[in-house]
Write a protein that binds this ligand. Structure first.
Ligand code: MN
Length: 246
């Protein structure tokens, strides 16, 4: 079975959240596939900083899961875009590109984190373009971990403040960005996270069939996940569940 989660925003000061995460992992079987669509961590300062960040228990939980046979893939979000191959190797997980096609029989599903679709959020798009460059990442990772932490805190506080000022609309995905990326990949189903607005949206795309955009929720109050079956997929968020039949 294929499972998808995103936006856990794991932080060492939230034991209940970590427990929710490990409980979810223990529900998976060795024959399952788990896709994590970004923002697994509240923030990430580089693979050499896992101990500093108090995130070793998360790595150990993932390593136990993958050692047991479950295949895990991780897409990086806007909080953990610095997760790299050392982290992936320690956990036994594979890293995905920002736009990944999940092929299931005749179905092609586009997986994304989702922040790149929030094109009205110009401030975030400018930040994203900057921090995704090799030059910025090499310069950042060359600094000491405490220096990186100080810089990340400054940015995080700024973006937290910015979030309050921004309207709800600006922080959501835009329809043109969604249609463009779905057209580019020739898909009728997109699954993403980031906006913390779990839902199954029907889309009016060109062509005979309609399309769907499915949004995973965050884990602030309970697990949010998608499970893909042969005939349908199920979006579960807290105690609610919604299904899409293929
Ligand atoms: Mn995000």
């Amino acid at each position: 079975m294929i499972h998808l989660i995103s936006d856990l925003h794991l932080s060492p000061d939230d034991d209940a959240l970590f427990h929710r995460f490990t409980t979810y992992l223990s529900s998976l079987t060795p024959s399952d596939f788990l896709y994590i669509l970004g923002d697994l961590f509240e923030y990430w300062l580089g693979d050499d900083a896992a101990e500093f960040l108090g995130q070793r228990p998360v790595e150990e939980a993932l390593a136990r899961l993958t050692a047991n046979g479950t295949k895990v893939w991780l897409m990086r979000g806007n909080r953990d875009f610095l997760a790299g191959t050392d982290f992936a190797d320690r956990c036994g997980v594979g890293l995905l590109e920002d736009e990944h096609i999940l092929q299931m029989g005749d179905h092609r599903i586009l997986l994304m984190h989702g922040d790149s679709l929030c094109t009205d959020d110009l401030e975030h798009q400018a930040f994203r373009s900057l921090v995704r460059t090799d030059v910025w990442q090499q310069t950042f990772l060359a600094k000491s971990v405490p220096e990186r932490d100080a810089m990340a805190r400054a940015v995080r506080y700024r973006s937290e403040n910015g979030k309050v000022a921004k309207t709800i609309e600006i922080m959501d995905v835009t329809q043109p960005a969604v249609e463009a990326v779905m057209h580019q990949h020739q898909v009728r189903l997109l699954i993403h996270g980031h906006t913390h607005r779990p839902a199954i949206h029907q889309l009016a795309l060109s062509g005979p069939q309609s399309g769907h955009r499915i949004v995973l929720g965050d884990w602030a109050t309970g697990p949010s996940s998608i499970c893909i079956h042969a005939s349908h997929l199920e979006l579960r968020h807290d105690t609610k569940a919604d299904a899409l039949y293929f």
